[in-house]
Design a protein around this ligand. Structure first.
Ligand code: KE4
Length: 428
């Protein structure tokens, strides 16, 4: 059995950084990434046979845990019928109907293969539907790696964003206005400056790419009002929060607090594919009619609505609708978070944490941060020691202080207790 280190060295010969997605390389936390051989329920096993309690779950998709029997059976049955046809199938209709049943703000949905593709398409749709080019995003939110979204704040609101990545032309970044998350004053000013030119505002309603930062209620309320007043579309990027923070996603949570609230375009991924490559974006018929082949906004994909991926997604969505699923998952996640806070307090370590449904975050800070700057003010070395302290004790947390954590339905009370025992030692 090759060791993680041997595999990592071999991988780096043929794959940049040895990984197919940067965060997996452990560069933020240091050390050797674990090469995973298999998953089972709440656990993943590395190439050396070591077992970890999995709090990443593929960065959100594995809400049922690994190898759920009903999902596995659905995938195997679909695979036997064929992997991909490049032609419409009934199961795409079934999945679309299931998603629309659970997301009343959408009347139609288009399936794609990744969250990046879904947000990229949502931005193009907003631009095509409004005839405008500019849009707002927020610092600390990640919406995938399409050019116009790899942009950081400009020097001021009047100036437009600057690329965060090489290879993104300044001309592309100039249409992106980047504001501070939860900053009402900046939001008002940006709309005063650019309101009539804004195609949309895209936001993670609970920012899982800043670990776990909630959009404040007054902020969301005002954002909705300003978008409506100026004819800009509100895009909820629920790739991470969708069907993860609750059966009706983050938009359902906000609609329960702000009567009648709904975004104009919603983006999903991760959970709706159950671990297979599948994402989606949707809106009213009025907006979706702009999409090819009906309208002038082109969007396409060889594997969009893939028959095996839709089987995986559909089986997953059916399981999470079972009575009590989210009540139990949310309570379990809350017990984890409360337990971690208690253990940190007993060891005198500044620690704040929060959770919604099966998604959680924690910070080695006394208070929950409200924006990116505060999150990045965390003591990185301390986080990294905690991360490795937990990893060495068989608990796999997100290998970066700006990433969220995820609890699967397969997590047992014993796993929870083992996690808290590991945290007690690691924090000490
Ligand atoms: P993908 O293209 O990675 O499927 O989705 C992009 C995306 C869009 N929107 C949100 C809110 C997301 O969180 C993501 C992807 N999330 C990261 C985790 N922070 C995926 C992990 C990775 O990049 O390897």
């Amino acid at each position: 059995m090759s060791s993680n280190q041997a595999l990592f060295e071999r991988a780096q010969q043929v794959i940049p950084g040895g990984v197919n997605s940067p965060v997996r390389a452990f560069r933020a936390v240091g050390g050797t990434p674990r090469f995973i051989a298999r998953g089972e329920g709440a656990y993943i096993y590395d190439a050396e046979g070591r077992r970890y309690i999995d709090y990443i779950g593929s960065w959100g998709p594995m809400i049922l845990g690994h190898g759920h029997p009903a999902v596995l059976e659905a995938v195997l049955a679909a695979a036997r019928e064929g992997f991909s046809f490049g032609a419409p199938t009934e199961r795409e209709i079934e999945l679309a109907e299931e998603i629309l049943k659970l997301v009343p703000s959408m009347e139609q949905v288009r399936l794609v293969s990744s969250g990046t593709e879904a947000t990229m398409s949502a931005i193009r749709l907003a631009r095509g539907a409004t005839g405008r080019s500019k849009f707002i995003k927020f610092e600390g939110c990640y919406h995938g790696h399409t050019d116009s979204l790899l942009v950081k704040a400009g020097s001021g609101l009047a100036t437009f964003g600057n690329p965060t990545s090489a290879g993104v032309p300044a001309e592309v970044a100039q249409h992106t206005v980047v504001l501070e998350y939860n900053n009402l004053a900046q939001l008002e000013e940006a709309f005063a400056l650019h309101g009539r030119e804004l195609a949309c505002v895209i936001i993670e309603p609970i920012a899982g790419n800043m670990n776990f930062v909630r959009a404040a209620l007054p902020f969301v309320k005002r954002l909705r009002e300003l978008c409506s007043e100026h004819g800009a579309l509100l895009v909820f990027d629920e790739v991470m929060t969708g069907f993860r923070v609750g059966l009706h996603s983050a938009q359902g949570h906000y609609a329960s607090l702000i009567p009648g609230f709904k975004p104009d375009i919603s983006v999903f991924g991760k959970v709706i594919g159950g671990g297979m490559p599948l994402a989606a974006f949707g809106a009213s018929r009025e907006i979706m009619k702009h999409l090819a082949p009906l309208g002038g906004v082109y969007q396409a994909g060889t594997l969009s609505g893939n028959p095996v991926a839709t089987a995986c997604g559909l089986a997953t969505l059916r399981e999470i609708q079972k009575p009590g699923f989210f009540t139990e998952l949310a309570a379990k996640t809350r017990r984890l978070v409360d337990g971690l806070k208690a253990v940190a307090a007993q060891n005198g370590v500044p620690f704040s944490a929060d959770s919604e449904g099966g998604m959680f975050g924690f910070f080695l800070l006394p208070e929950l941060p409200q924006n990116y700057q505060t999150v990045m003010g965390t003591d990185k070395d301390r986080f990294n020691r905690f991360f490795h302290g937990m990893l060495d004790r068989g608990v796999y947390l997100a290998p970066a202080l700006y990433e969220a954590g995820f609890v699967s339905a397969a997590l047992s009370e014993a796993d929870l207790q083992a996690t808290l025992d590991a945290a007690r030692e690691a924090l000490r």
